[in-house]
Design a binder for this molecule. Structure first.
Ligand code: OAD
Length: 250
């Protein structure tokens, strides 16, 4: 662990990237690791368009279970600490999350970019109608079809509004992150609870370094990309973040 303090003066902005580890202490399973979701559910079967085409029931069952799990839990101290930091920094804070559980927003975070979509939204697998709020679960029930396609005499299944492997991120997410990074005077980049295995999220640390950011990682264990960070704090985010931010603002 670095002895240097996490500090933000009036000229400092913070870009935070979060992953599944942040929600682990709320009771949401992470993806990788011994009890991770990808142990029991092959990625390509439930998180790709190919998997959806092959077996949409399996995919909807998987995301329905995720919806049910996420609906039952509440934000933990890590989510809350990030929301508090945002309150203090205002415009000088941006949170890019790979999480789809909505817990950051429940904790009060407002400047949140959801890189991988949102579990409680549904969209059409075919047409470009905007995604809409949806808390329904589809387990052993008829799968939902798109009403708009139906009106045109076409048939298309609805799908979860999740970015699957091989798919592009939502339109403006990377632009907004880049715009934030280039506009700030001094940047601190903080990644929390992420294995750094999925791009482009895993490349944000490099983007931050290119503009001279100081880079921090808070994670339960050292991930493969730990060397790319100036500071690594090993531990659970719910325990580490409140202390890390306690005296961060000058
Ligand atoms: P991973 O499951 O790959 O990594 C979670 C990381 O969090 C691991 O390195 C854990 O050691 C760490 N961790 C676990 N509990 C923690 C805690 N309490 N505090 C801090 N760290 C903790 O999850 P992501 O990196 O988020 O994409 O995965 C990235 C993407 O891969 C996900 O968004 C998902 C997945 O496939 C899609 O589904 C599109």
């Amino acid at each position: 662990m670095s002895s240097q303090r996490f500090q933000c003066d009036q000229n400092t902005s913070v870009l935070c990237l979060t992953g599944a580890g942040v929600s682990a202490e709320s009771g949401i399973a992470t993806f990788r690791g011994s009890s991770g979701l990808w142990q029991n559910h092959p990625i390509e079967k439930v998180a790709s368009m190919q998997g959806f085409i092959e077996d949409p029931n399996r995919v909807w069952r998987f995301y329905s279970e995720r919806r049910s799990d996420a609906a039952k839990v509440t934000p933990n101290a890590g989510h809350k600490a990030l929301a508090e930091l945002e309150k203090k920094l205002g415009e000088r804070f941006l949170l890019a999350t790979q999480n789809v559980d909505g817990l950051h927003q429940k904790a009060g975070s407002q400047r949140v970019l959801e890189m991988h979509g949102n579990l409680f939204q549904t969209r059409c697998s075919r047409c470009t109608r905007p995604a809409f709020e949806d808390t329904n679960v589809y387990i052993d029930s008829d799968l939902p079809g798109c009403g708009r396609c139906h009106e045109k005499g076409e048939f298309a299944l609805l799908r979860p509004n999740i970015v699957w492997f091989g798919e592009a991120l939502p339109d403006d997410v990377l632009e907004r992150i880049s715009a934030f990074v280039v506009a700030v005077k001094r940047l601190v980049f903080l990644a929390v609870g992420t294995s750094g295995r999925v791009y482009p999220a895993a490349a944000l640390v490099d983007l931050a370094k290119r503009v001279g950011a100081s880079t921090w990682l808070v994670n339960a264990e050292a991930p493969e990309n730990v060397q790319r960070f100036d500071h690594f704090i090993e531990g659970e985010s719910g325990k580490i973040l409140p202390d890390l931010f306690a005296n961060a603002i000058e």
